[in-house]
Write a protein that binds this ligand. Structure first.
Ligand code: TRP
Length: 334
């Protein structure tokens, strides 16, 4: 039987090249070997996003990005988390089975506390219960669909471990209902550098958006931080922020050639930046058209998401029915 791969995409920013290389591209490749369920984790975003207009825009931007980059809604169950109410029922059930201590140890929550302490504030300052329960909602997302593998970034590894814990305790207490999921982390694209050399992340404001105006993309790339070596000086390509992006977009032969020029001397950063601009604009040219059409036609996107949600609910329903039966809430329908 073909296994289920499921992942959630948090709509907390405009999708950028780091998202593309680290998540979107590998997830779209998995579609050939798994039954893929990909969803927009809008209620996860709500733990941090309080601006309704911005949240709404980001939901559609993320949906349009995935569709424009080739997600085929006939092959992938593509939906919005909030359209599947079963997720939230399961969240409560799982919350009642999750020890508070387990959530106390979650990295994201601990990091928020540490930051408060560092700033001399009270531990819980500005920390909402949604953030605290974040891993439980994620457990519901994953367990509700009998997920086998969860393609995520390294930063989500602990969350998947928590989900495994929660699933195992349910299974041992009530009998096996849940599949124990595995994380699927691609080590080769773990860290895509942003224009300042740190990991590309919206928190650092160092991103290159996938479908921005040509002008924005040009400006960002020309602004990539480099050292002050002369073009003639031999350089280490692996230590160069421009090369680190270039190698993902240039054809393999060009990458090898450029690598040689770096090592031997003669690589001019501004030339490689210009080449990278052309490569990026070309790579996303077709997608950009679809992206723009979808952003103008929200109803088209909405139809796709609603269709996906209907399929997702049909997968979720028998599992939730089984859970309700096992825990003693409703034993009439089995
Ligand atoms: N927490 C994930 C992130 O921040 C998003 C997410 C929500 C998710 N639910 C999920 C990922 C379920 C995988 C499976 O990126």
């Amino acid at each position: 039987m073909v296994q289920i791969a499921l992942t959630g995409i948090k709509p907390t920013g405009t999708p950028h090249i780091g998202n593309y290389l680290g998540m979107i591209k590998p997830a779209l490749e998995l579609v050939h070997s798994y039954r893929a369920l990909y969803f927009i984790a809008d209620y996860h975003a709500m733990t941090t996003e309080r601006d309704p207009e911005k949240l709404n825009r980001q939901i559609y931007e993320v949906a349009a990005t995935w569709l424009a980059l080739g997600l085929d809604p006939e092959k992938v169950v593509f939906f919005r988390q909030s359209d599947v109410p079963e997720v939230f029922e399961l969240t409560w059930i799982l919350a009642c089975l999750t020890s508070k201590g387990l959530l106390n140890r979650a990295h994201a929550y601990k990091a928020a506390i540490d930051e408060n302490i560092r700033q001399g504030k009270s531990e819980d300052d500005n920390i909402n219960a949604g953030l605290y329960n974040y891993p439980v909602l994620m457990a519901a997302d994953i367990l509700l669909f009998g997920t086998h593998v969860v393609p995520v970034g390294q930063d989500q590894k602990q969350h998947v471990e928590i989900v495994r814990d929660v699933a195992s305790s349910f299974n041992s207490q009530y009998g096996k209902v849940f599949t124990i999921p595995e994380d699927l982390i691609r080590i080769d694209v773990m860290s895509v550098p942003g224009v300042d050399g740190r990991k590309m992340s919206k928190t650092y404001r160092n991103t290159i958006p996938i479908f921005a105006d040509d002008q924005v993309i040009r400006r960002q790339i020309m602004g990539i931080v480099t050292d002050s070596k002369t073009p003639e000086a031999p350089k280490n390509p692996e230590a160069c922020n421009v090369f680190s992006l270039y190698r993902y977009f240039a054809p393999p032969k060009a990458v090898e050639e450029t690598r040689r020029i770096y090592l031997r001397g003669g690589a001019r950063y501004s030339d490689i930046k210009k080449e990278l601009i052309v490569l990026l604009l070309e790579r996303f040219k077709e997608g950009r058209r679809t992206y723009e059409v979808l952003l103008r036609d929200k109803l088209a996107t909405e139809r796709i998401l609603k269709q996906g949600a209907a399929t997702a609910r049909s997968i979720a329903e028998p599992i939730l029915t089984k859970v309700r039966h096992k825990i003693g809430i409703d034993q009439t329908d089995l």
